[in-house]
Design a protein around this ligand. Structure first.
Ligand SMILES: *[C@@H]1O[C@H](CO)[C@@H](O)[C@H](O)[C@H]1NC(C)=O
Ligand SMILES: *[C@@H]1O[C@H](CO)[C@@H](O)[C@H](O)[C@H]1NC(C)=O
Ligand SMILES: *[C@@H]1O[C@H](CO)[C@@H](O)[C@H](O)[C@H]1NC(C)=O
Length: 431
């Protein structure tokens, strides 16, 4: 017994050491959990300040959370632009895996706004960081109305921003979610949400950074004798004898000459005609599979003469800043646990240790909050009904209040359409 337990303990220790060893191997370029002192590491931009449109950040764990001590930074005010960034020792991702990870919780039930981060290269004036500042990678969720609910992955190359061609849906609830982007030196990538892979593939294929490696041969022609008819009329099928003699219409067998029919006055009685149930239309032979069917003709693929490989398509040579630059109609997006490293395993563990540890408690806190809110709302409805019964003037003033808030939500919608659209189109226009 004792020996077996010791062995088991030894095995457990070995596993733990192995895990630590692999963690120790990771290069961590930047890791931010927003403990005290975060304000010394982050620079708030002056962008939009003179127009009084620059939003501030709250250092908070939010209205619902799994641990009130675990704070991040949250967009604090509605209808504001946000721009904040942090610097880290410059590094190149050449020959390395690049992992960019962060968590975001949209407590405000985000209806239109970004929840993404940007990696910037070279020299950036952080006080002047803005929507115009060139970036290398933009990654994270973006929500606007019903149509936009996706994870952006924009890779910038030689001054051009390239959007991922795949549609990657983002989370839309009001809980914390972890977004992970992995770019490997073999030019493959993975996108994870909450440590689960949602998309993966090749940068060559899923971005239009370089022209395609292979194209359809533009000079190829379908051979004359290529049979691409899948079905043909059955040559064995013969028209049955007498088929064409079947009339389309026949006299109604149920019709009877009316009793008061006068042949002298009305002429000879004939029964009205009805469609003949035996009549099946013009004869066509039945169709059979064509034994000579060769499939649909496709032009053969050839090497694209316009393709010039860039073996460093995945690499960024002087990454140096992480930034958050957003427009928000409704504030409340809480960012936390930002990580830039070269090891997906490390990132996975980091997510488990942070988000993973608190997510259930956060969900419970959220459900509790929702329940309270619903109860409050029901109480309001009840007292509204009481008011109406007791006093007409009260009901009137309630109505006035309501239409006021209606008007506000309408202007919200308008803002949604105008402001962010312009902001949102930006990456597209740069294409
Ligand atoms: C940020 O903090 C201020 C001051 O406590 C508060 O009034 C505001 O509602 C907070 N913002 C959000 C989005 O919770
Ligand atoms: C701030 O950034 C903008 C856009 O990138 C640029 O045009 C402008 O020159 C910068 N201003 C300063 C003072 O660097
Ligand atoms: C970027 O520009 C460099 C230098 O002109 C070139 O070698 C490289 O192939 C370009 N890469 C892409 C992805 O366009």
């Amino acid at each position: 017994m004792a020996i077996r337990r010791t062995l088991r303990l030894a095995a457990a220790i070995a596993v733990a050491l192995l895990a630590l060893a692999s963690l120790a191997a990771a290069d961590v370029y930047f890791q931010e959990t927003f403990e005290s002192g975060w304000e010394d590491r982050w620079v708030k931009s002056d962008w939009k300040k003179d127009e009084n449109m620059a939003g501030d950040w709250n250092h908070t764990s939010g209205k619902w959370n799994g641990n009130p001590e675990d704070k991040g930074i949250q967009t604090a005010e509605d209808y504001k632009f946000y721009a904040i960034s942090a610097e880290f020792p410059e590094f190149s991702s050449k020959d390395k895996t690049l992992v960019l990870q962060f968590s975001v919780k949209h407590e405000q039930k985000l209806d239109c706004g970004g929840g993404y981060v940007k990696l910037l290269s070279g020299q950036v004036d952080q006080k002047n960081f803005s929507g115009e500042t060139p970036y290398s990678i933009m990654f994270g969720p973006d929500i606007c109305g019903y149509s936009t609910k996706k994870v952006h992955v924009i890779l910038s190359r030689n001054g051009t921003n390239h959007l991922v061609k795949k549609d990657i849906p983002c989370e839309t609830d009001q809980l914390t979610h972890v977004y992970t982007l992995i770019i490997r030196p073999d030019a493959t990538y993975s996108i994870l949400i909450d440590n689960k892979e949602k998309q993966s593939g090749s940068i060559y294929r899923d971005w239009k950074i370089l022209p395609p490696k292979k194209i359809k041969d533009p000079n190829a022609k379908k051979p004359e004798d290529w049979d691409d008819k899948e079905y043909i009329p059955d040559p064995e099928d013969k028209k049955p004898e007498g088929y064409d003699d079947i009339p389309k219409e026949i006299p109604d067998p149920d019709a009877k000459e009316p009793e008061d029919w006068n042949e002298e006055e009305d002429g000879e009685w004939t029964a009205p005609t009805i469609p003949n149930p035996e009549y099946k239309g013009p004869w066509t032979p039945k169709k059979i599979k064509n034994p000579n069917f060769k499939g649909k003709w496709k032009a053969p693929m050839i090497d694209n003469p316009d393709f010039k490989d860039d073996p460093d398509i995945y690499a960024y040579s002087n990454l140096r800043y992480i930034g958050i630059e957003l427009w928000q109609v409704k504030a409340g997006s809480l960012f936390d646990n930002i990580l830039i490293c070269d090891d997906p395993e490390y990132a996975k563990k980091f997510a488990e240790e942070t988000w993973g540890k608190h997510k259930d408690a956060e969900k419970a806190a959220f459900d509790e909050d929702e329940k309270k809110r619903e109860e409050e709302e029901n109480k309001d409805v009840d007292s509204d009904i009481d008011d109406e019964e007791e006093d007409d003037t009260d009901a009137d003033s309630d109505g006035a209040k309501k239409s006021e808030s209606d008007a506000k939500s309408e202007s919200d919608v308008k803002e949604d359409k105008e402001q962010p659209q312009e902001d949102k189109e930006k990456p597209h226009d740069e294409l």
